[in-house]
Design a protein around this ligand. Structure first.
Ligand SMILES: Nc1nc2c(c(=O)[nH]1)N[C@H]1C(S)=C(S)[C@@H](COP(=O)(O)O)O[C@H]1N2
Ligand SMILES: [Mo]
Length: 416
């Protein structure tokens, strides 16, 4: 076991950032880039482009049959088409609402009403979807919709409201209901410079596909995926102060914030010919922000790469900064047609992001490994948040802490 060899500082800060949204393929071939896949299937590998194509997200859905497998008449009955979808807003318990919106009264919000509201009130922001319990981002989209606070305000006076409950289509089987909730203040009192929760009706410039929870989906920027309810149909204001999230079950923390954590594009073992290697990955910029991404390289010890929390090797690990890639030079090439960068949350009038990396989004990073001798290596990656906590801090990484995955990933590299 040779942990000392890791002291050979084989990592260095790559000064040149080639990494705009998508890697040029000629460059990639020349330098043995550990290729990012086009996402989707292979266990949640995020693609290299800043935006994930709608079809390339990994899917986390409950229901039997899954709502997005319905077709034809069944889809119409489920009210999951652009023409049939309706969003109802009501109150329960002691809570009151002046103008409830209901299918019965004929004033529920349909898709046309949502897009009409959007003409004056639309907001757009990037959001990385990440499951509380899956250690890899599912994808990142540009979501467009109307702030939930604006929809609620349009329903007139309310009284005795403490929480907002909401759910989507669930095959009319109460057991299949997937619900989530927010405190009333989280919905109404958006702090300056923050993104509000929204009812989204567009993803990446087009209607939200059924697979991604369209036609209408709740998007909660600061939270894990379970707050972003798909196939949204019902919002209920309540006097109850307790959370009713489906994700409150099974020891999940229903108020968990999106964790800051770094990932390899591919965590699988890979072989290379001797020569420079670039390893790429993404980092989720969670609630505590992202200060930097770091890598630790050491010769493979032969032991399984899952290093125990109390393994002495952690204490002598040498972490070197990876390069967080700069914003795309041309947002026009990244954004869907018709969307101007200045129309996206967090961008200034000159079309540039005010902060980088963007909060609740994915940052791309890379690390260059040069002068590696033939052999087998372990490469680990971690994020350091703006509070100075390095992953997995500030909480344990174990499976019993269900407030968002944050284990340190390890990738095995073989050099011939
Ligand atoms: N209606 C409904 N919404 C849902 C779910 C669900 O099962 N049903 N799963 C949630 C969970 S746990 C996650 S992580 C995200 C996943 O979003 P995606 O499938 O678009 O990647 O959707 C959330 N919204
Ligand atoms: Mo999830």
């Amino acid at each position: 076991m040779n942990t000392m060899a890791s002291r050979r500082d084989v990592l260095r800060d790559a000064a040149v950032g080639v990494g705009l949204g998508c890697l040029p393929s000629a460059w990639a071939a020349a330098t043995q880039v550990v290729a990012a896949t086009e996402g989707g299937t292979g266990g949640g590998r995020p693609p290299r482009c800043f935006i994930t194509k709608e079809k390339d997200f990994d899917d986390v859905s409950r229901g039997d049959p899954l709502p997005h497998t319905l077709r034809g008449e069944a889809l119409v009955r489920a009210r999951l088409t652009i023409d049939t979808c309706r969003l109802e807003i009501d109150a329960e318990d002691k809570a009151e609402i002046q103008t409830p919106l209901s299918i019965e009264k004929g004033n529920a919000l349909d898709y046309a009403a949502m897009t009409e509201l959007g003409r004056t009130k639309a907001i757009r922001y990037f959001k990385a979807l990440q499951c509380n319990n899956i250690a890899r981002p599912l994808g990142q989209g540009l979501w467009e919709g109307v702030a939930l606070r604006d929809l609620l305000r349009a329903c007139g006076d309310v009284a005795n409201v403490r929480r907002v409950f909401y759910w989507g289509f669930h095959n009319n089987d109460p057991k299949q209901m997937f619900r989530s909730s927010m405190a009333f203040g989280q919905v109404m009192d958006t702090p300056p410079g923050e993104m509000p929760p929204m009812v989204a009706y567009r993803l990446n410039g087009g209607p939200i596909p059924l697979e991604r929870g369209g036609p209408m989906r709740m998007i909660v920027p600061w939270a894990h995926g379970f707050k972003s309810v798909k196939w949204l149909q019902k919002i209920v204001l309540t006097h109850r102060y307790d959370n009713n999230d489906t994700y409150a079950e099974m020891n999940n923390d229903p108020e968990s914030y999106l964790k800051t954590a770094a990932y390899f594009d591919s965590a699988e073992e890979e072989s290379f010919d001797a020569g420079p290697i670039r390893v790429t990955g993404t980092a989720v910029v969670g609630w505590p922000g992202l200060e930097r991404v770091e890598c630790w390289l050491r010769p493979h010890t032969g032991a399984p790469p899952d290093l125990a929390r109390d393994d002495p090797a952690w204490a002598t690990a040498r972490w070197s900064a990876a390069t967080i890639e700069p914003p795309p030079v041309s947002w026009k090439d990244e954004l869907p047609g018709g969307v101007l960068p200045e129309g996206v949350w967090g961008f200034s009038k000159d079309g540039r992001p005010k902060e980088w990396p963007l909060r609740y989004a994915l940052a791309n990073w890379h690390v260059d490994l040069n002068d590696l001798k033939p052999g087998k290596y372990e490469l680990r990656v971690r994020s350091v948040d703006k509070n100075g906590f390095a992953q997995p801090e500030p909480r344990p990484a174990g499976p019993k802490q269900r407030s968002g995955r944050n284990q340190i990933e390890c990738k095995l590299l073989s050099l011939r």
